[in-house]
Design a protein around this ligand. Structure first.
Ligand SMILES: [Zn+2]
Ligand SMILES: [Zn+2]
Length: 217
């Protein structure tokens, strides 16, 4: 059975739709298209650079802009932001659900109508192929409004990510926070009056390193 460790359950809670939207750079609405030859055919898929960031540093998908002199502009044609590939480690997408589903790892939380999609760099790893398949499955289930398909795919996503998240937390890997957000979980904000042992006020912050003393919380 899918379950968070007590430590993780104390630190994270299911993300609200607003939290999912606020970190998303675009809506995933179609499965990958292996036959695609043009950027237009990759719109709204895992291969959409307008959502997940450029494949090549400072190059947009349509070829209109190329080069560092265009840094940080967004191509008016293909919508890709001219930045480095590094963006592919940070830019989330999301999937809109026709019927909200309850997060199996939450305690009676509100049903979610949006599921985050991890940044492309995670999907491009050796194990990421299975992840991509799950996202495609979710998008297909949305298209045919299959509640059962959605629930199955969401559970599959959590099953894939949970072991990785546990390892990432165990080893304090930088990616731990991004990965857990991929499970539609977010840090619980610290309650009123929370202080670090150094005295720094932590109320409302969702950081895990104290901004005051740098201690891991
Ligand atoms: Zn372009
Ligand atoms: Zn501190």
């Amino acid at each position: 059975m899918l379950q968070l460790t007590p430590t993780l359950a104390a630190r994270y809670k299911p993300a609200t739709d607003r939290e999912v939207y606020s970190q998303s750079f675009g809506l995933l609405k179609a499965p990958r298209n292996p036959a695609a030859t043009a950027w237009e055919q990759r719109r709204g898929t895992l291969d959409d650079q307008a959502i997940f960031g450029p494949l090549v540093d400072f190059e947009c998908a349509c070829g209109k802009y190329r080069g560092r002199q265009y840094q940080n502009i967004i191509c008016d044609h293909c919508g890709v932001k001219l930045t480095t590939r590094q963006a592919r480690r940070q830019r989330f997408g999301h999937i809109d659900l026709p019927v909200p589903i309850v997060h199996p790892l939450g305690q009676s939380g509100e049903p979610a109508s949006a599921i985050p999609v991890l940044p492309a760099a995670f999907v491009e790893t050796k194990g990421g192929g299975r992840l991509a398949d799950v996202y495609d499955e979710m998008v297909r289930s949305v298209a045919c409004e299959s509640q059962e398909g959605l629930t199955t795919a969401f559970n599959r996503l959590l099953e894939l990510l949970l072991p990785v998240v546990l390892v990432a937390h165990e080893w304090n890997l930088q990616e731990a926070d991004v990965l857990i957000r991929g499970m539609a979980l977010v840090p619980r904000t610290r309650p009123a009056g929370s202080l670090c042992s150094c005295g720094y006020p932590l109320e409302g912050l969702d950081v895990f390193v104290c901004p005051g003393c740098g201690k891991r919380l």
